[in-house]
Design a binder for this molecule. Structure first.
Ligand code: AHR
Length: 852
């Protein structure tokens, strides 16, 4: 308390007197008890009494390794060279890497890099500069001391053993606790700036923490609010017609067991422990009955990409191999189901009965026979009764050994009756949103866990049993049944632009597999992999070609392009008309990333200048990935960057001008992932508010998509989501209806308006309007009221000649902030040029006035 008071005094005196020093000492340190907390900074005028900047504030924390405990900053060693601070630190006790970063302003530290060294581990690295070179001296567990050097702080020499280890750490007491750290000097202006930022952070955190639960107090005396709205048609501007789309990622069982209509799980015995520790090729299958044994074999599989198959060895006929489906199998009376199964006689026994069963009831059945070589057998099963929890049973009909693989049970009724298609109810919910684009397949699924787990589009097309399946970063399996062909087809089916997002040649920076972090990315020709990889991976040059091949596959002419011919052979001779290609997802903007992204972006634009490349600027609306991601985007003249933020409701209320400040002529924005951290009506309301602000800025923000989209009950990787579902139905959230309202009522032209709301700043921030003209000329007015009271609007809609003013469609959503179910109520009501209307408390209204 005393120290805090003293610090305050010192701060006040430094801030208010002209005699503030030119520079002060700064002490940079980490908290040894919690190394995840990153780098702290304290300052001192005399080098004796130290004041921490901010409350427990970290200015940079380690981004190495998996989320949580892995991200450690151990013993940061910081030096000042010219006007730049350079830092290195230890990452853990067993990695042959250390971390580097640098800054000029102390507030934003340059993206981190993790150079590899030629010894087994790096302990207590000390940074110094000698003869124009950066020197890192460190220890290994055997007590030896090593040195690596760099001229540019990027490329480091091999490790050389040395005798001399001198730490640059000193001890200093901050807030009563003694820490080890480094002392340098900094201009007072920089420190003052840091202090102001720390103060601003405190205020900002308070604003972002504002919740509607406190409205009773915040708006204690508030009565009905009066407002005026008038439209400024003469200032209309063109906006993106693609503002609202969807982001589909296979997270929380969104694909297998979800949108992808396959009813069986682990249909081709490819599940394994990389998917989930306790899984193997037999998971979700079991033997029911006696007289048969079963095992997994891999010799002469149906395809090298589909190595595992089951062998049933029957002595007494009667037992069945049973698949549990995804939490059971749902069938409906009279519906038809396509059965596919590969069978191979191993010693003469080739006949099996395949049945859909509900306990001992048989709902449908067929008998099939294998051959001496793998034989694809097909049948159509018609269910005799409804069942939500059926199983598929394969019963050998003869004694002997038979091999079984790729067993698929697929409803004929899919969305648009596509083969290998999608669950109609879930797909329809998406179609109903009128999304202008679909981003797929991730998210984190794109960059994957470690180099070998990166999503490679090429392995997701072609016959289902030839697709290369990989584990899902969300801790389950990707059958790839829903692959690029199916994604593109779905986009076409619902009139949405396809937006594939593929890795930038680097896996997730949080990878835990095969070494940590980015693992150095794919090497350029002639370079080595930084970590051991177990299969052939492409060089960056080959990988660029893989991305170019995708464009050819999607858009090319089948008569001249082998890639386009693959598409045509799969059933789609016409081009898919791909316009966008995402490269990278939320990557750490390190040198490793920047080099690879620039290479891919340039390569794509050189061959296909019309393809819009979508880059990435990290997972937050600020910070080093955001700053340096944007810097890289500007430098490389990137068409669009993908911003992400998952923030509290208060953020949306207090950052309504976020995009008003963006450059109108540079790189455009795709707000690819965003949400407000719960799915109550309060959240949907602030999302509606944000969307009105996005519409105003839709000359810069050209696309947006809520994330994540789907979550299957009992399989959640992430909360909140837009749509929850189980095997028989779905529960769209209030946020779903808000997104849908903006998708259905999208504009091509924005009509600015003057909205005057009488009340204080808190009141004014909670009412908004957005007016757009749709492509067919309809006028659409969206009104959001986040207040607990009604708002009376005196509106001047201007000249409505040419509109069907008698039959405007008013769609209103309203509820209590904590409500979990809120749906729109629609009515037809006249509008007039000048009219009074009332916005209900906590409401979102869309008025659509049809063009005659
Ligand atoms: O939307 C869920 C995840 O959030 C995405 O996979 C990833 O990009 C982000 O971190």
């Amino acid at each position: 308390m005393k120290l805090h008071f003293l610090s305050l005094l010192l701060l006040c005196s430094l801030r208010s007197f002209a005699a503030a020093p030119d520079s002060v000492y700064i002490f940079t340190y980490a908290i040894p008890q919690d190394t995840r907390k990153g780098l702290h900074i304290a300052y001192s005028v005399d080098g004796q009494t130290w004041t921490a900047i901010g409350q427990d504030q970290s200015f940079v924390s380690s981004d190495f390794g998996t989320w949580g405990r892995e991200k450690q900053m151990i013993r940061p060693s910081v030096i000042l060279d010219g006007d730049t601070w350079y830092a290195v630190w230890q990452l853990n006790n067993n990695t042959n890497q250390f971390a580097t970063t640098l800054t000029k302003k102390l507030s934003v530290w340059k993206p981190q890099d993790y150079p590899y060294v030629s010894t087994s581990e790096v302990l207590s690295p000390v940074l110094s500069k000698a003869d124009g070179q950066f020197v890192v001296t460190y220890k290994t567990k055997d007590g030896k001391t090593w040195q690596v050097k760099s001229r540019d702080f990027k490329t480091w020499t091999g490790a050389r053993e040395v005798n001399d280890y001198r730490s640059n750490e000193v001890k200093a007491k901050v807030n009563g606790t003694e820490y080890d750290g480094c002392i340098t000097r900094a201009p007072w202006t920089l420190i003052e700036n840091l202090i102001n930022r720390a103060d601003a952070t405190t205020l900002r955190n308070r604003q972002h923490g504002e919740r509607m639960a406190d409205d009773g107090n915040r708006f204690r005396d508030l009565k009905t609010v009066e407002a005026n709205l008038s439209l400024r048609y003469s200032d209309a501007k063109a906006i993106s017609p693609n503002l609202v789309g969807i982001f589909f990622e296979d997270i929380s069982y969104a694909a297998d067991g979800g949108l992808y209509a396959e009813l069986l799980q682990n249909r081709d015995f490819e599940y394994n422990r990389l998917d989930r520790g306790e899984w193997n090729a037999q998971s979700f299958w079991h033997l029911d009955g006696d007289g048969t044994l079963w095992d997994i074999e891999t010799v002469n599989p149906i395809h090298p990409n589909n190595k595992h198959y089951a062998v049933l060895n029957t002595t007494n006929v009667g037992a069945a191999l049973v698949n549990d489906g995804h939490d059971g199998i749902v069938v409906r009376k009279g519906e038809k189901y396509n059965l596919t199964i590969f069978l191979k006689k191993l010693d003469g026994a080739g006949k099996v009965k395949v049945s859909i069963v509900n306990g001992s009831d048989v709902l449908a059945e067929t008998t099939l026979s294998g051959a001496v070589d793998w034989k694809q057998c097909k049948a159509v099963l018609t269910a005799k009764a409804d069942c939500d929890n059926a199983r598929l049973a394969i019963t050998p009909q003869q004694a002997g050994r038979i091999a079984v693989d790729f067993v698929s049970l697929f409803p004929q009724k899919t969305f648009k009756n596509r083969q290998n298609g999608l669950r109609p109810d879930l797909a329809q919910l998406l179609a109903d949103m009128h999304p202008k684009f679909i981003r797929f397949p991730g998210g984190c699924v794109s960059h994957g866990q470690g180099l070998e787990n990166m999503y490679r589009w090429i392995y997701t097309v072609g016959p289902l049993w030839e697709r290369k399946q990989i584990s899902n970063i969300w801790n389950y399996h990707q059958s790839m049944g829903l692959g690029f062909y199916e994604y593109f087809q779905f986009c076409e089916d619902i009139g949405a632009e396809p937006l594939p997002v593929l890795p930038a040649g680097v896996p997730c920076q949080n990878s835990s597999r095969g070494g940590h972090g980015q693992q150095g990315g794919l090497p350029f020709k002639g370079e080595d992999f930084k970590v051991k990889v177990t299969e052939d991976l492409p060089t960056m040059e080959e990988y660029l070609q893989e991305l170019l091949n995708l464009i050819e596959w999607a858009n090319g002419d089948p008569t001249t392009s082998k890639w386009a011919k693959m598409r045509a052979d799969a059933g789609h001779p016409k081009p898919f008309n791909l316009k966008y290609l995402g490269v990278g997802n939320e990557d750490l903007i390190s040198n490793v990333f920047a080099e690879r992204f620039a290479f891919l972006n340039r390569g794509i634009k050189a061959k296909y200048p019309d393809i819009q490349v979508v880059g990435t600027v990290g997972p937050f609306f600020e910070g080093s990935d955001y700053e340096y991601g944007w810097q890289l985007a500007r430098q490389e003249n990137v068409d669009i960057v993908d911003e992400h933020y998952y923030v509290d409701p208060g953020w949306y209320i207090h950052n309504q001008d976020f995009y008003d400040k963006y450059d109108r002529n540079g790189t455009k924005v795709y707000l690819g992932e965003w949400a407000s951290r719960n799915n109550k009506w309060e959240n949907a309301l602030v999302e509606a508010l944000h969307l009105t602000n996005l519409e105003r800025n839709a000359d810069v923000v050209v696309m947006s998509s809520y994330a994540p989209l789907f979550c299957k009950d009992g399989h959640s990787n992430w909360n909140p989501d837009l749509i929850y579902f189980n095997n028989t139905g779905a529960r769209p959230t209030p946020g779903y209806y808000v997104q849908k309202a903006f998708g259905v009522n999208n504009g091509v032209e924005y009509i600015p308006s003057d909205l005057t709301v009488r009340g204080n700043q808190d009141v004014r921030l909670r009412v908004n309007a957005s007016i757009v003209k749709a492509e067919n000329g309809d006028l659409i007015i969206k009104l959001v009221n986040l207040l607990p009271t009604s708002v009376n609007i005196s509106a001047d809609f201007g000249n409505l000649n040419g509109y069907d003013t008698q039959n405007a469609v008013w769609s209103t959503m309203t509820g209590k902030p904590g409500d979990g179910v809120v749906t729109p109520v629609e009515k037809t009501k006249a509008v007039e040029t000048k009219m009074n209307t009332s916005m209900e408390p906590y409401s979102f209204t869309v008025i659509r006035i049809k063009k005659k």
